[in-house]
Ligand binder design. Structure first.
Ligand code: OXD
Ligand code: MN
Length: 583
């Protein structure tokens, strides 16, 4: 079904001339198409069937062992002016970027099928949604895009109505790490990705479009494209507060989005609604509040650590119609990963008989892809064209020490500083060392498609007389004691912290005013039934002034790398916090 939009057909023809595919297939998103694609992948080994009794319509994909994570060192933002990309991005001039990557694309689809994948990020009729078209030679990418986005005929119809779309060109190439680039041309609303089949590098609707390109569009158009989950917390009074929370990759966004309340909370009538686990687009509505949609339609979640204790909702949603990537297998062909249960797997993620001497059975960044509708806590409001109003924005990182369990920003500007100052220990979601503290403002370090200094200014610009902005909080679920044990139980018990936030929003809870922000009084955190003694709670809520002075100095050093472009208001806010700490 080639399109009636000349700009689209012309682009597909140009790409076909460059890449020389044997066939071209326009994806309509139908069930017949899915069945045919799946059959083809089962035939050529791209997919392996899983146990049809326990996991109907579930498949395993094993990627090339050198292609298991995002590659930040090969990810470029190509803008005419280098400073527009900023020190937070690798940069190339657009001409140079196109030349380098087009040399790889030349003839790369010979003998392969070129798939044209029209997709919509967000509900099809939403004014907040934006569309794109991904051209790819990977049926695995098509199958994932079908779950992760609104893909096919309805998206194409909207693209033809809109008359514009983000162009994404992808080829797995030779899966050679030496011939791999992920390039973004925000001024042309174009993405080119070569040499990787891994989700974050290859499902172009996700990180490349919905964060890097969308953040650029959002700045120009007055909205925000963020690396945030969206969760609705329904109180016993029946009121639902929607919270958007930014944590770096593999720091628990999926678990928080699908939180199961502790038993006493469930009995009291608390409910949790899942709207998104990774990306949030927000815009001020006519009422001045920020309204948010999740541009995605599914979850591409980290499998290891997902078990009945940590995220029962996720375990339940993974029993049918799911794609697993780089997980291990049990002897009866069920998907398995560390943290799922006590069974011993038969095969590791590379398909070798499991031998603990070879390391973890599932790759630490192994993933599941599943439709959001399969989540037991799925919120039908995910389909609301106007989104949901956000009551609180939460920033958080993985910090063993220093950073308290929760604190509240004094005002919007202070909140933007809390986001800009975020830091976290690195995880397996990207290649490179794991466990090193790095600055990751708003969890957007790998995803902001432009200069962070301009991004902070954009955030600050939302404070206007007519806006009623959400409160901003900072959390840290990952504090450890001197013996290296976690001080806070986390997971479902994080609702206790969210409850304090909601009481703050409703004006029902007090706070301790400290130089770094507003902290709960210990007695205001509901710890009934928790194995958390007063000493642990004391450590979780302590503010160590000397250590914070050192932290603020490190934040200042980091922010200074943005030079003149850094908004003066942010530096003034940092000065204020430093002065409050006693200089
Ligand atoms: C992801 C990531 O896949 O952040 O969501 O790496
Ligand atoms: Mn992510």
């Amino acid at each position: 079904m080639p399109s009636s939009l000349p700009a689209l057909t012309h682009w597909v023809e140009t790409v076909a001339r460059l890449t020389q595919p044997a066939h071209i297939h326009w994806c309509d998103g139908s069930d017949d198409e899915r069945r045919a694609l799946t059959a083809g992948m089962l035939d050529n080994g791209d997919l392996l069937p899983l146990n049809p009794q326990t996991h109907p319509d579930c498949y395993l994909h094993r990627s090339h062992p050198d292609d298991v994570a995002r590659v930040e060192h090969l990810t470029f933002i190509c803008t005419e002016n280098r400073d527009d990309a900023g020190p937070n991005n690798l940069w190339l001039a657009p001409d140079e970027g196109h030349t380098r990557i087009d040399a790889l694309f030349a003839g790369c689809m010979r003998g392969r099928t070129l798939y044209v994948v029209p997709y919509c990020m967000g509900p099809i009729d939403s004014p907040l949604a934006r569309c794109g078209v991904e051209i790819t030679d990977s049926p695995y990418v098509v199958a994932n895009m079908r779950i992760m986005t609104r893909m096919g005929a309805a998206a194409l119809a909207r693209i033809e109505r809109d008359g514009h779309f983000v162009k994404g060109l992808h080829s797995i190439g030779e899966l050679d790490p030496e011939r791999r680039y992920i390039m973004h041309f925000p001024e042309e609303l174009t993405i080119k990705s070569y040499g990787s089949g891994y989700g974050g590098n290859a499902l172009l609707g996700k990180k490349c479009h919905a964060l890097r390109i969308a953040s650029w569009q959002a700045r120009n158009e007055g909205w925000l494209a963020e690396h945030m989950l969206i969760v609705g917390i329904q109180t016993p009074a029946g009121e639902t507060h929607y919270i958007a929370a930014a944590f770096p990759s593999a720091c628990g966004k999926t678990n928080l989005a699908m939180l199961i309340p502790p038993q006493a909370y469930r009995e009291a009538g608390w409910k949790v609604w899942t709207l998104g686990d990774d990306i949030c687009w927000m815009q001020p509505g006519a009422d001045g509040r920020l309204w948010a949609i999740n541009p995605e339609a599914g979850f591409f979640g980290v499998a290891p650590g997902t078990g009945n204790k940590t995220n029962r909702n996720a375990v339940e949603m993974l029993h049918h119609d799911a794609i697993f990537t780089n997980v291990a297998l049990t002897d009866d062909n069920q998907p398995w990963w560390e943290g799922l249960d006590k069974r011993v797997p038969a095969f590791d993620w590379r398909g070798r008989p499991f031998d603990p001497g070879n390391g973890a059975a599932a790759h630490p960044n192994s993933r599941f892809t599943v439709s959001a509708r399969q989540c037991p806590s799925y919120s039908p409001r995910m389909e609301d064209a106007h989104g949901v109003p956000i009551s609180a924005i939460v920033f958080g990182g993985r910090r063993e020490s220093l950073v308290p369990l929760v604190f509240e920003a004094r005002d919007w500007c202070h909140g933007v500083l809390l986001g800009a100052a975020m830091a976290s220990e690195t995880t397996a979601a990207a290649t490179g060392a794991v466990g090193v503290v790095r600055r990751d403002p708003m969890a957007m370090k790998p995803f902001c498609g432009y200069n962070f200094a301009d991004y902070f200014a954009h955030w600050l610009s939302f404070e206007q007389p007519e806006t009623k902005l959400p409160k901003i909080f900072h959390v840290n679920w990952f504090r450890k004691d001197a013996d290296g044990q976690f001080l806070w139980p986390g997971f479902g018990d994080n609702l206790r912290v969210l409850e304090w936030m909601i009481r703050r929003i409703q004006g029902d809870a007090d706070a301790v005013d400290t130089p770094i922000g507003l902290l709960p009084h210990a007695q205001d955190l509901n710890c009934d039934g928790l194995d958390c003694n007063p000493d642990q709670l004391g450590q979780l809520l302590a503010v160590d002034r000397d250590a914070w002075k050192a932290e603020i100095a490190a934040v200042r050093d980091y922010l200074q790398t943005f030079g003149e472009r850094l908004p003066a208001a942010l530096t003034a806010e940092l000065d204020r916090v430093e002065a409050a700490l006693g200089g």
